[in-house]
Design a protein around this ligand. Structure first.
Ligand SMILES: Nc1nc2c(ncn2[C@@H]2O[C@H](COP(=O)(O)OP(=O)(O)OP(=O)(O)O)[C@@H](O)[C@H]2O)c(=O)[nH]1
Ligand SMILES: [Mg+2]
Ligand SMILES: [Zn+2]
Length: 362
């Protein structure tokens, strides 16, 4: 059985519309090979087959986790709680778990990474996760050498790299392996569900790294959209905060996705809407809620069903809407009514950015 070096799919020449396809005459060549889908993703930026099936991905990961000596769980810092893979965490009760918290390059330039690491440690402890954290940017390579040294000290030889889809597992593998040629690399793309099956590389110092298909955590807004529209919601730009007054009666929205109304708050309360994607928090008006929950004509297909919740958000806290972005409240505690598509999860947490400074102003 030969696998595509890029995505792990079993190579075949029988069906062009299925994963792992390669025309017969190319398949007959010996050595490492890339499937047609990987070739097209890399050269034309198109994924014509779509994502790996959710069930197949999770079976492959759980099976690989059972035989790994240690698991490197990749977490997307821009969608932190939403990209935690709880099934994976639970399956690692007896396996060393390292959390590579990725996409640090998307933090605002002035952010102190030491403070972010403190935030991550505190968050893991609040959530009861016993993982050794590392802050990295697989894309820029920042923190990846430190991660290598860290892994070397742990002295394991079989590492599984796993986590939510699009968190940057394949990019991290490429950073850790420092491939000699791009043909040896794992396929990376902005489309969720790129890696199809587990696939491994040998590193002479650290041992075997296994890439794996992305798990789909429940409740991410971006996963509820067709793949071609989901990419607009995937963090790939430096994190931006839109600051607006948020006294009672004010509201903010991400058009077509989320609507937050301030029900009770001090007169100089401020809200900061954070996203690292094409979605943007905007100031809106409470009397025009239905307008803000309809998508812009010609953009992504809208959501038909929404649910509203009322939340007490303290000054210095924020609400993450999974797969979208978050809304931070500053200066005063605030009661908000948050409306999001049915099935989309939210998490209340302490501020990731400037948390200590902004929580103190009550
Ligand atoms: N800005 C930034 N983007 C990153 C980083 N790591 C990965 N990405 C981008 O995130 C997207 C997904 O990266 P992949 O490495 O394919 O993610 P994956 O977890 O392997 O995804 P699946 O195989 O689909 O589960 C790509 O567009 C990458 O360029 C990072 O550190 N910073
Ligand atoms: Mg991948
Ligand atoms: Zn492939």
């Amino acid at each position: 059985m030969r696998q595509c070096q890029g995505c792990g799919a079993v190579l075949q020449s029988g069906e062009a519309g299925r994963p792992g396809y390669l025309p017969q005459h190319i398949l007959e060549n010996r050595g490492k090979a890339l499937c047609q889908r990987c070739y097209r993703i890399r050269h034309y930026g198109r994924d014509e087959l779509g994502p790996v099936a959710e069930k197949k991905a999770s079976e492959a990961v759980m099976q690989a986790a059972a035989s790994a000596e240690a698991v490197i769980m990749v977490v997307d810092l821009m969608d932190f709680e939403a990209s935690l893979s709880w099934d994976l965490i639970r399956s690692c009760r007896h396996t060393p778990l390292i959390a590579a918290v990725n996409k640090a390059d998307l933090l605002p330039a002035k952010t102190r990474h030491r403070e972010v690491m403190d935030w991550i440690r505190k968050r893991f402890s609040e959530l009861g996760i016993t993982a050794l954290p590392a802050l990295v940017s697989a894309y820029t390579g920042e923190g990846v050498d430190d991660l290598r040294y860290f892994l070397e000290a742990l002295e394991h030889r079989r590492w599984l790299v796993a986590g939510a889809s699009n968190s940057g597992k394949s990019t991290l593998i490429n950073g850790l392996m420092q491939h000699q040629s791009s043909g040896d690399a794992a396929t990376v793309s902005r489309f969720p569900g790129t890696t199809q099956d587990t696939v491994s590389w040998e590193d002479c110092r650290l041992g075997r790294f296994t890439d794996s298909p992305g798990l789909i955590p429940a409740g991410r807004l971006c996963d509820m959209l067709p793949q071609e529209h989901a990419v607009a919601f995937i963090p790939d730009q430096r994190l931006q905060g839109k600051v607006y007054p948020f006294a009672a009666g004010s509201s903010m929205a991400v058009k077509g996705c989320a609507f937050a109304e301030s029900l009770a708050a001090g007169s100089d309360t401020v809200a900061v809407g954070f996203t690292a994607s094409n979605a943007v928090w905007q100031r809106s008006s409470c009397d025009n809620r239905s307008y803000w929950l309809e998508p812009t004509p010609g953009s992504f297909p809208g959501f038909s069903d929404f649910r509203a919740v009322e939340l007490d958000v303290g000054a210095g806290q924020e609400v993450l809407v999974h797969g979208l972005g978050w809304l931070a409240i500053r200066r005063h505690d605030c009661r908000i009514r948050l409306t999001v598509p049915s099935g989309v999860k939210y998490t209340l947490r302490q501020n990731l950015i400037g948390g200590r400074r902004h929580g103190a102003g009550r």
